[in-house]
Design a protein. Structure first.
Length: 609
């Protein structure tokens, strides 16, 4: 995995220079420099860095490729896009989306009442709002209020019951009727983990029979002109373009049929989301088999071909690809707290005046190891280790002798790996995997990378420094939750190798990339670890600035957020201390001060790292 697969997943957003990973933009700051600047103010634990220029880049890319495809294919409709708020509703993410997308009239998509209120408050007037998901009467009335307020809003019906409620509300109030969309239930299904979003067993959408009934209802109520959009969605993170092409043909023909049935204001087709993001770091397991160029060209060409064949007006094209827009903009930085093989450091050797002969041979092997003899000596060391373990079981050597042997063999293997790093043998590579290092990271996988825990979704991970040296340690990552699932284990098919660092002498930071989509929205407070501190990084030609600091919830606020009274908790803790007979008044005051300090901090570990 050369350069941690940076050329595969980073889309040239990041580069390696001077042993550090840097933003490939304007003054090109290093992530390590940003991290250390934030930590200089006493911040500990994980941190989430937002880079709004990467949102702008993705929005610009999406629009430019579709505009190019429209021009190349003489397509007569326009391209439009909305961002699904379910992907990331956090304030500074939404602020970046709406500000960076303003020039494109980039809109928002809502799937709940709360998201609809958020969309109404954050969308630039004139930009589109689409409303998907199941709706009750109140949510539908909110859509009418949005339309009355000047928003360009489309209520996408997921069933005939919703359409009947829209008709009832239209009759009962004088508010402006919003645009109406129909989500169609396609035979075509997607691919990958989220393929069930499409197909006839999908959760959402109207069948052909229901679509005809919907048109009949709208015609009867003289509301057919309010039908403006056909919508479909075949799944998030589409790995393959072929299912999309099938879905486009099916949905395009439904659109054309509805136009011919009298829906003259039906001008839009919404192809949903699903545009994939590259998460993998290895060439043999990439996440998608198509480019954004192929994606946009296929959509425009196929829809144009269908409409031309049926002599129907070309629809405006909408997408809801939220993952593509925001995944790359957020980077999680975690300090490494501990390497569990640190117990094998040579400084921990404690030899006796007279050591067992087989241990003495290990000492000589370790001292005389060289590039020429390391394979031979490695074999000898492994044989000696087996013999020593047998001697220990039989009671001929003691625990100190065993400890010394384990340290020596461990270091002989490590030294051999480094000596042969330029030309490793198969045997050494197998030993490298067996000699896994466990890196304890100051973060919660359940909170910050829930899709890894729930779906085994891989995220690009790499050190943000030490990149001018070759990493040789097969790495498993352990988080600080007391849950055995809080681990990213070493996978020989997608191996992660990290550096062998002495954490007593220096710090070591890992970056998790492409975490801006869904991870924050789905993150859970397992063990009551909460959202990390977050920062927005704005980069100019000659400098960068750190803005929009959002501190992680402190311990009392976390407890209050799940229903406890933080005032009562603090008073109980204080009273227990004050009535204690085991400490002096001065000790009570000092302890109270410490207690008040601790509960005002977040729950992440505050070590030197």
């Amino acid at each position: 995995m050369k350069n941690f697969g940076l050329d595969i997943w980073s889309n040239q957003n990041f580069i390696i220079e001077d042993g550090q990973i840097k933003l490939n933009y304007k003054c090109m700051p290093s992530i390590l420099d940003i991290t250390q600047k934030i930590r200089s103010n006493g911040v500990r634990g994980p941190m989430l860095l937002r880079f709004p220029h990467l949102i702008k880049r993705q929005i610009s890319t999406l629009y430019s490729y579709f505009d190019k495809a429209i021009k190349d294919n003489s397509y007569e409709g326009t391209f439009n896009a909305v961002f699904p708020l379910k992907v990331n509703q956090f304030p500074h993410a939404v602020e970046a989306i709406t500000s960076q997308g303003k020039k494109f009239n980039y809109g928002l998509e809502a799937g709940s009442k709360a998201e609809l209120i958020l969309a109404m408050s954050q969308t630039n007037l004139g930009a589109h709002i689409t409303v998907n998901g199941f709706k009750d009467r109140e949510m539908i009335i909110l859509g009418f209020i949005a339309a009355q307020s000047g928003h360009n809003l489309t209520l996408t019906i997921e069933g005939l019951g919703e359409l009947k409620t829209i008709i009832e509300v239209a009759k009962e109030c004088d508010l402006k009727i919003p645009n109406i969309g129909i989500r169609v239930r396609l035979h075509s299904a997607g691919s990958g983990i989220w393929a069930k979003s499409g197909g006839m067993d999908a959760k959402f959408g109207l069948t052909a029979t229901e679509i005809i009934e919907a048109v009949t209802l709208l015609s009867k109520e003289d509301m057919l002109n309010n039908l403006t959009m056909v919508h479909f969605h075949i799944g998030s993170q589409m790995s393959d373009i072929a299912p999309l092409k099938r879905a486009l043909r099916e949905a395009g023909n439904i659109y054309a049929e509805l136009r011919m049935m009298g829906a003259k204001e039906l001008n839009n087709i919404n192809i949903g989301g699903g545009l994939a993001v590259e998460y993998d770091q290895h060439t043999h397991s990439t996440s998608r088999n198509y480019s954004i160029d192929e994606f946009s060209s296929s959509v425009v060409f196929l829809l144009g071909e269908i409409m031309n064949a049926k002599k129907v007006k070309h629809p405006n094209i909408f997408t809801e690809s939220g993952r593509f827009i925001v995944a790359s903009h957020a980077v999680l930085i975690t300090p490494v707290l501990e390497l569990f093989s640190q117990d094998y450091q040579e400084k921990l050797l404690n030899f006796k005046e007279v050591n067992p002969p087989i241990l003495q041979e290990l000492i000589e092997l370790n001292n005389l190891l060289s590039n020429q003899n390391c394979i031979e000596y490695l074999h000898d060391a492994l044989d000696h280790m087996e013999s020593l373990l047998t001697l220990f079981d039989l009671g001929y050597i003691d625990l100190q002798d065993r400890s010394n042997a384990e340290i020596l063999v461990h270091n002989i293997i490590k030294k051999s790996l480094y000596l042969k790093s330029g030309n490793p043998t198969d045997e050494l590579e197998q030993l490298q995997v067996k000699l896994q290092e466990r890196y304890l990271i100051n973060a919660s996988i359940f909170q910050s990378l829930p899709d890894y825990w729930g779906l085994k979704q891989h995220f690009p991970v790499m050190p943000i420094h030490h990149l001018n040296s070759t990493p040789l340690r097969a790495a498993s990552l352990w988080d600080i939750t007391c849950d055995s699932d809080g681990e990213i284990g070493f996978n020989p098919d997608k191996p992660l190798y990290l550096h062998d660092i002495n954490l007593d002498e220096e710090e070591y930071f890992l970056g998790f990339f492409n975490v801006g989509a869904y991870q924050e929205a789905l993150g859970m407070n397992h063990n009551l670890f909460t959202h990390p501190n977050e920062y927005t990084i704005k980069i100019d030609d000659d400098k960068y600035s750190i803005t929009n600091e959002v501190e992680s919830k402190n311990i009392l606020d976390i407890l209050e957020s799940i229903g406890y009274n933080k005032k009562n908790i603090l008073e109980k803790l204080k009273n227990d201390l004050l009535i204690s007979d085991f400490i002096t008044e001065k000790e009570k005051n000092d302890t109270l001060a410490k207690l008040e300090t601790f509960v005002e901090q977040n729950g992440y570990l505050r070590t030197t790292n």
